[in-house]
Design a protein around this ligand. Structure first.
Ligand code: ZN
Length: 139
């Protein structure tokens, strides 16, 4: 799990075993699997709430890694509703949104995972993975 520092171009979206987790399912961590579209290896990822990931803002700030329009076009995030704008302009499900990079254990293709985590309403804590996409660093 790492942060991305260069501009990237997105490739295929990977298949994820489970994308949405609520309440006790998010504690102490979320574990799911994704299939690498290049080699079909099933990779496992673990997301630890309040520990895993980097703010999605770092990706689209000055189009540093990916532009806002690319993030939206690929369904990685949505525009945040006005009353939740304190979480940033772009979020998954109006909750604090993070990303991280990871690699296929077998073929070392690089992937980016985008997810959000937070209290949707009192008593309902949600972790939603919007997806895992293959990417390449641009020069
Ligand atoms: Zn692979």
């Amino acid at each position: 799990m790492y942060s991305i520092s260069k501009k990237i171009s997105l490739g295929k979206k990977a298949l994820i075993a489970k994308e949405s987790f609520i309440n006790a399912e998010t504690s102490p961590s979320v574990v799911t699997q994704f299939i690498c579209p290049d080699c079909n290896h099933e990779n496992s990822i673990e997301i630890i709430p309040y520990n895993s990931g980097f703010p999605i803002f770092q990706m689209y700030d000055k189009d540093h890694i990916l532009s806002k329009s690319e993030l939206l076009k690929n369904g990685m995030v949505s525009e945040t509703s006005q009353r939740m704008i304190h979480f940033g302009e772009l979020t998954v499900d109006d909750l604090p949104t993070l990303y991280f990079g990871t690699a296929c254990k077998t073929c070392h293709s690089k992937y980016i995972c985008v997810f959000s985590y937070g209290e949707k309403q009192p008593g309902l804590t949600i972790l939603n993975i919007s997806g895992i996409w293959k990417y390449k660093e641009l020069e």
